[in-house]
Ligand binder design. Sequence first.
Ligand code: AVJ
Ligand code: FE
Length: 431
Amino acid sequence: MAVTKETLAEFFSAVRGASHELIQGLSVEDMLLQSMNDASPIKWHLAHTSWFFEELILAPFMNGYERMNDGFRYYFNSYYEALGERHPRARRGMLSRPSLEEALAYRKHVDRHILALLNKPDPDPQLLQRVELGLHHEMQHQELMITDMLHALSFNPAYPAWKPPLPSDTESKSAVPLEWFDSDGGLFEIGALGKGFSYDCEGPRHKVFQAPFRLASRPVTNGEWLAFMDAGGYEDPKLWLSDGWAARMQEDWRAPLYWIKRDGGWLRFTPHGLAPLNLDESVCHVNYFEADAYARWAQARLPNEAEWEIAARSFLAGIAKEGEPGGVLPGHFMEQGRWTPSVSRPLEGQALADMFGNVWEWTQSAYSPYPGFRPLEGALGEYNGKFMCGQFVLRGGAFTSPRRLLRASYRNFFYPHQRWQATGVRLARDD
Ligand code: AVJ
Ligand code: FE
């Protein structure tokens, strides 16, 4: 299904506009903070997503295109060796200039030119594909903007909110009891269907032989995590992988990130400010090592990505949605503006809850190439393929993910020690 320039222009305006919506409530100073090497300032994200359109579309495809500022090629290149030298990642927070105002003007400049390109008769199909990629790229950065900003604000002792407080009556329901989705296993196909947009790393679609498995009907809750903590889960090296235990000791992890103990009770920090920990909500901001230790304690394991995708396709078949653009995925996503996990409740007649949205789910699968994987040609080949070392795949998306970013084949990836993304746990078992 090829994209048309009309639907793309609409999509473009919606995604670019959503980045501006997202920063409402932030100050200029907030938008320069960089709290760690893994995170970037909001201002940098806003400019980098524009740089992507400029370097990969406007410069190569638009006759006579003039950059607003040549220096931006250097400032806002993230990691593309093919596109020249770049400012060191760890020092993005030192860029007090260009100002936020200039970054926003840069966005306008790029918007105007992209929309002009899309308005031309018979645009090159390759150009349309790149605009679509640029929009998926910007949606990935929207999720990073939320998680990076939350991380930066968490260093402020006042725990400032940047979005309105959570209504006190929301999510007062309780989580459904944990059940198991059973699969007999067998021969399946996983990977992108190729009907709509997908990243290169989601293909080729290929066969997998999967042993019988059981997948939890919903993610692990805060209450269940608290039981793990009370049972000494963070103090027992027998539950942990060796690398995980070493990191746990080094970093002194004792609870998920953003959990704060006050007056004997637990609070957690969200973009809506500090809020009491809701024991029925899904646990979030745990890394792979923590997720794996929890699973071992619960006499279960983490799923592999084929198991997750097999279950997700079954879930989508049950609600008669394809899970590709065009189908509207049900779930708790960025657009709802409730930037904290949900209390899992399956849809009417469904065994599985929160397969999409709510919290990312760690899998035990290495982020490796699928059989026959070929990265895209040129600079875009650096987008995903070169990161296929030492990272784990996460599936499903979270409350931080724009809905249109996600599909059954979408593979997110992070290092096992990282926990500032909206990452949670869905258990699996062999029997
Ligand atoms: C897929 C979220 C790991 O953070 O580098 C952004 C997304 N790729 N720009 C990342 C991404 C290029 C990527 N993750
Ligand atoms: Fe990027």
